[in-house]
Ligand binder design. Structure first.
Ligand code: NDP
Length: 463
């Protein structure tokens, strides 16, 4: 049977666009459907606009610190609408690039909702018609969890709306202790907003190394962000003056102008017609796939956040390339989820790769921990007390570096580079044999002499 397309991709985010382009470059006839803007979460309402706002929020400390370096600057003023307009201009430019790249690769872009109508059949909404494809790739991403269980959740915003607030609130309350909560707390606080985080657990950033979590908490608190742990918001009410009032499980009440819910993201699976083709969802309402990103239907694949494996842009892109290698180049390739580096653009920033100390302890009996916390050189003139943390988790038996954890300026950039030796199973001896770059903060990573903690048979022994 002749199909209209060799590949039909649903969703033009990071994963979908990469798969569509690569498949088309391999000679396939490819269409991609998108009902929103091209670029997906990362480009339109995630990583890129977020990082621009993070840059904006750093300036006030730079202005303050400049005095110690001899600068005198006039009173600084910040204008939120200018930032948002400039950010939007850049996002529009990037969206244009995504569109141009699709076109250059020969991918047909269909700006409409698409759903599965049957084996090899895709229904398009506007104009209404059905097309056929030999293979279908679902890459519809995810969206913020609206937290419907919370009474008054309709008065709150998610990260989607945070990028388009008409004005900067005076006070913001944030529910959650993950990436988005922590990053937006830094953004709002840096822009002069009174910022409070409410987190249900004992310490924020539950999936990260405990030393990073504790120091981030301390440093963020030093800067003026309030962090209330082991509490949740139980109810939100809108007052007649438009302000919001949040009841906390600990009995307190917090007043705020905006409440940001950052309690995770959920896969976009509604209205996709998955039931029509017999695809059942996982417990987290994601599309289940095998190691090659294939669904239970043999001509339908799924990649990225809709599969809820690791919700990170580079992971979705990697899954897209593996899919194209497997299906269009005849090279079966499984995504490699080992040692995925990640950064939290918190203030101070976090960069991390490999095992946390706790995860390493659960897998290895004998470990050496190398750790240092210090004030970066730049802070010595300014009197700013921010500390930086560098930590290596080493398997004492093989000398292999299992994890590297950094908190402080440039940590995200460091994590990217640390990911290479860790992926290559570098040993502590390899780190030691590497000449330092001086004066940098990251030289600490190659100049650790003795471990700060030795763990033998699961127990800490004298260092
Ligand atoms: P996260 O999973 O990082 O954090 C969700 C937070 O909400 C956790 O602290 C969690 O607590 C808490 N939570 C979950 N359910 C509830 C609830 N019912 N009541 C109260 N608290 C709750 O999700 P985010 O929304 O921050 O981000 C989504 C994903 O997007 C991230 O996992 C990440 O993969 C990606 N992302 C990556 C970024 C980057 O690379 N820099 C930036 C932003 C997002 P607990 O810890 O106890 O489970």
């Amino acid at each position: 049977m002749a199909y209209d397309y060799d590949l039909f991709v649903i969703g033009a985010g990071s994963g979908g666009v990469r798969a569509a382009r690569r498949a088309a470059e391999a000679g396939a006839r490819v269409a991609i459907a998108e009902s929103d803007r091209v670029g997906g979460t990362c480009v339109i309402r995630g990583c890129i606009p977020k990082k621009l706002l993070v840059y904006a929020s750093h300036f006030h400390e730079e202005f303050e610190d400049s005095a110690a370096y001899g600068w005198t600057i006039g009173p600084a003023a910040f204008d939120w609408p200018t930032l948002i307009a400039n950010k939007d201009k850049e996002i529009a430019r990037l969206e244009g690039l995504y569109r141009a790249n699709l076109e250059k690769a020969g991918v047909e872009l269909l700006e409409t909702r698409a759903s599965l109508e049957g084996p090899h059949r895709v229904k398009l909404d506007g104009p209404r018609r059905t097309v056929t494809a030999e293979r279908i790739l679902v890459a519809t991403g995810g969206r913020p969890n609206p937290h419907r269980a919370l009474r008054g959740h309709e008065h709150c915003i998610t990260s989607n709306e945070a990028f388009h607030l008409p004005s900067l609130p005076k006070r913001v309350l944030i529910e959650g202790g993950g990436y988005i909560a922590i990053e937006f707390a830094g953004i709002f606080h840096g822009l002069g907003v009174e910022t409070t985080i409410v987190y249900r657990g004992r310490e924020v950033l539950s999936r990260f190394d405990m030393d990073l979590r504790r120091l981030l908490h301390a440093e963020a608190t030093n800067k003026g962000i309030r962090i209330l742990c082991q509490q949740i918001i139980t109810q939100v009410e809108k007052r007649p003056d438009g302000g919001l009032s949040a009841q906390l499980s600990g009995g307190g009440v917090e007043e705020a102008d905006q409440i940001l819910l950052a309690v995770g993201r959920q896969p976009n699976v509604e209205g996709l017609g998955l039931e029509t083709v017999g695809i059942e969802l996982t417990k987290t309402h994601a599309i289940p796939v095998d190691e090659y990103s294939q669904t239970s239907v043999d001509h339908i694949w799924a990649i990225g956040d809709v599969t809820d494996r690791i919700q990170l842009t580079p992971v979705a892109i990697h899954e897209a390339m593996c899919f194209v290698d497997t299906v269009f180049h005849g090279r079966p390739t499984k995504p490699d989820y080992g040692s995925v580096a990640t950064a939290v653009f918190s203030q101070p920033e976090i960069g991390t790769v490999g095992l946390t100390e706790d995860a390493a302890r659960s897998r290895h009996a004998n470990l050496d921990i190398y750790k240092t916390a210090f004030r970066p050189l730049k802070g010595t003139l300014t009197g700013r007390s921010d500390r930086m943390l560098m930590k290596l988790v080493v398997d004492a038996d093989s000398d292999c570096v299992l994890g590297a954890h950094v908190l402080g300026p440039g940590a995200g950039e460091m994590a990217q580079l640390l990911a290479i030796p860790i992926k290559m199973h570098a040993t502590k001896a390899d780190f030691d044999a590497t000449m330092a770059v001086h004066p940098t903060a990251s030289e600490e990573l190659v100049t650790f002499s003795a471990p700060t903690e030795r763990i033998r048979g699961g127990e800490t022994v004298a260092a």
